[in-house]
Write a protein that binds this ligand. Sequence first.
Ligand code: KG4
Ligand code: ZN
Length: 349
Amino acid sequence: MPVILAIESSCDETSAAVCADGKVLSNFIATQAIHEQYGGVVPELASRAHMQHIVPVVDKALKEANHTLAEVDAIAFTQSPGLIGSLLVGGQFAKSLSLALDKPLIAVHHMQAHVLANLIDDPKPAFPFLCLTVSGGHTQIVLCESPVKMKVIGETIDDAAGEAFDKSAKLLGLPYPGGPLIDKYAKEGNPNRFPFPEPQIAGLNFSFSGLKTSILYFLQNAGKSNLFKEEFTATEEEKQAFIQDNLADICASIQHRIVTILLNKVKKAAVETGIKEICLAGGVSANSGLRNSFQEMGKKYNWNTYIPAFQYCTDNAGMIAITAYYKFLEGQTDPITISSSARAAWSSD
Ligand code: KG4
Ligand code: ZN
């Protein structure tokens, strides 16, 4: 029965969603285009845009779900992690609504919500399942035993996968965010032409900073000498010409390496845990190379694989709503005095 209104404002998307009885009825997302010209998210501009968007976005989500504020049973919001000014806008708005309507408040951890985006549509994974969450800020493998019991069993020790895509794209002179552009050019390229080295990191953790350095050297050498080492044999003109002539193969090779770094650890996690229900989550799961290789790997190893619909992969309030639904069922509501931005416990690590 519970009707939940959820708000997400952790970074640069202002989003509101309504879910009733575990079904997401609306998921409205206002994207902030203003950051493109700065090559990354500007926190102060993000908070201001959230202030402008939040009322119309909540209105639209309620209308689309055919519900009124009076029918809402609980208000949920993203508590962490995120940009502090951005989190505060959604958090304070949710608290004000909770106080005015006298309805329970539910603080949601953004990373738990990315994982549970897999429970929005059918078919849903069975518990326990593994989830590879890959976004601009995070790269994690999560073991999920129930909607409210999860454990991070692997994560990046430096850059996130999305950052690896975006920073590689920047080195190629592509605009921010470059991940989708690498994906686009990679479709025409040969992924095996430039074999970027794979980092050797113990356990289930990831590292992407070495890849970034080898791409930097590779471009500075412009194919003239030892590909991935610091030699700097090419001029700037030669470098630009090299990028132009080989863009598709370079993008395909970078994407191939990022995807193999990710999926080799997923394979290791599946072997170590014996779990064959495996999910993707986060904005980088939009990457076609990752999706294809993930599904092929699933067939090869007999996994059941799951990827949320695109609108639930990037930052969205639908995933906050579904997480709040399960927390509500467990009686996990929060007092109005809870912090709007503090790091909350969400996994047993
Ligand atoms: O989850 P998300 O929307 O926001 C964060 O919470 O970070 O993820 C955004 C990240 C960016 O780094 C973006 O470049 C990357 O996801 N991304 C992609 C693709 N679409 C989005 N990376 C590679 N290929 C894509 N198709
Ligand atoms: Zn996110």
